[in-house]
Design a protein around this ligand. Structure first.
Ligand code: UD1
Length: 368
């Protein structure tokens, strides 16, 4: 059996790392697996650093898709991936998450009659203005294996008419990676980390990430968010590793951030974890951080109107605060008053999702 693992953008890398580990631990006769990097993210800080620190082997195929409009980027990945599939003839293509690479590779594979396995299937924000929602829906329309992280995923897939036997509630590979890396981090000398001095000098701080087009591509929205961030930073310093898109937009809109907001280049996984795990709160519009903060019990304010990961609200530490200064400031006020949510770890977020996924894939013939 030949398995392809697809990774293209930053949030994919943490998801394939534990699957690679689970595959490596099996010696099954005839099992071959290969890593395909689409090149959607390509800067050292957005890509290579993750391969190094997450112990992901060098990709077997690098498609060099790069940036561009959605159509251009998706098309470049599709053309290059089709050639690799025709040459290599994989049996199963494993795609993770909801980025353009996920959509592009699942469409190509399915049209070549190759089975598609979607890790993180079934999540829905029901907001079609998010490119990721379209990517999730299309990928799930084509998938043969649905690996689901939370109960809402099962419900959504069943409502869409997907057969129950193809849906596997396995937990979350992102959390597998989190626990594994947290363990390594705790056994490492922290003074080797480049953010050690910054953290040492901050008595308490909040951690911020922001990159979603709906938050950063519109001047009025970004300016309003920045107003709230500047106000909060007068009370508690913010640490803000900044995504290239956000950096570009702040500059082009000439929006100024307070000096109490410590701007950093994009961080590797461990540098980032080292900072946010001890933050008094995380503010973010990322998908993964909503879940990772829930797993570690850190208060999280999600700067969005909706989430495709409702378990983090229902059971975890996540709160949706919207993307206006009013909502962000109100949430911060509650935290100041000590009114943060308690939260618990969702079912099957136990660090073993990848092992469950590999078990299903290796028994694939049963349901193919
Ligand atoms: C993509 C994903 C998003 C994910 C995010 C994490 C889609 C539709 N979006 O968004 O779901 O949360 O990754 O980062 O797939 N750029 C660089 N260096 C890079 C990569 C990008 O400078 O290595 C800049 C380019 O100017 C590019 C812009 O960032 O145009 C956006 O990159 P792109 O891959 O289109 O989307 P993201 O915003 O990163």
């Amino acid at each position: 059996m030949k398995i392809f693992l697809i990774a293209g953008a930053r949030p994919n890398f943490m998801k394939i790392a534990p699957i690679v580990r689970a595959l490596k631990s099996r010696s099954v006769h005839g099992l071959v697996w290969k890593i395909v990097h689409t090149g959607q993210h390509y800067d050292y800080e957005m890509s290579q650093t993750f391969f190094d620190e997450l112990e992901i082997p060098e990709p077997d195929f690098f498609l060099e898709a790069g940036s561009g409009s959605h159509a251009r980027q998706t098309a470049k990945i599709m053309v290059a991936f089709e050639k690799v599939c025709q040459d290599e003839k994989p049996d199963i293509v494993v795609v993770v998450g909801d980025v353009n690479s996920t959509l592009a590779c699942s469409v190509v594979a399915k049209k070549l009659m190759i089975k598609v396995a979607h890790v993180e299937a079934g999540l829905r924000s029901f907001d079609l203005s998010m490119p990721e929602e379209i990517n999730r829906m299309v990928t799930d329309t084509l998938s043969d294996y649905f690996f689901v992280t939370e109960k809402s995923g099962i419900d959504n897939l069943l409502k869409e008419g997907k057969p129950k036997k193809k849906i596997h509630f396995v937990g979350h590979v992102m959390i597998d990676n989190l626990f594994y890396q947290l363990d390594r981090l705790n056994n490492q000398d922290p003074s080797q980390l480049s953010t050690y001095d910054l953290k040492k000098n901050l008595e308490k701080y909040a951690f911020l990430t922001l990159h979603r087009p709906s938050n950063v591509d519109d001047r009025a929205t970004l300016a309003d968010i920045a107003t709230a961030l500047n106000e909060i930073s007068a009370k508690v310093p913010l640490v803000f590793p900044i995504h290239p898109r956000t950096k570009k937009m702040l500059k082009s809109f000439d929006i100024k951030l307070s000096q109490n907001i410590h701007l950093l280049e994009p961080l590797g996984f461990r540098e980032s974890l080292f900072l946010w795990k001890d933050a008094i709160m995380v503010m973010t519009d990322s998908g993964g951080l909503q879940e990772e903060t829930t797993a570690l019990g850190i208060p999280c304010f999600t700067i969005r109107e909706n989430t495709e990961r409702p378990i983090t609200i229902e059971e975890g530490t996540n709160t949706l605060v919207g993307n206006s200064s009013k909502g962000i400031l109100e949430a911060f006020k509650k935290l100041e008053q000590g009114l943060q949510k308690e939260g618990k770890i969702p079912e099957l977020w136990d660090g073993k999702a990848s092992v469950r996924i590999v078990d299903v894939l290796l028994n694939a013939k049963e349901i193919l």
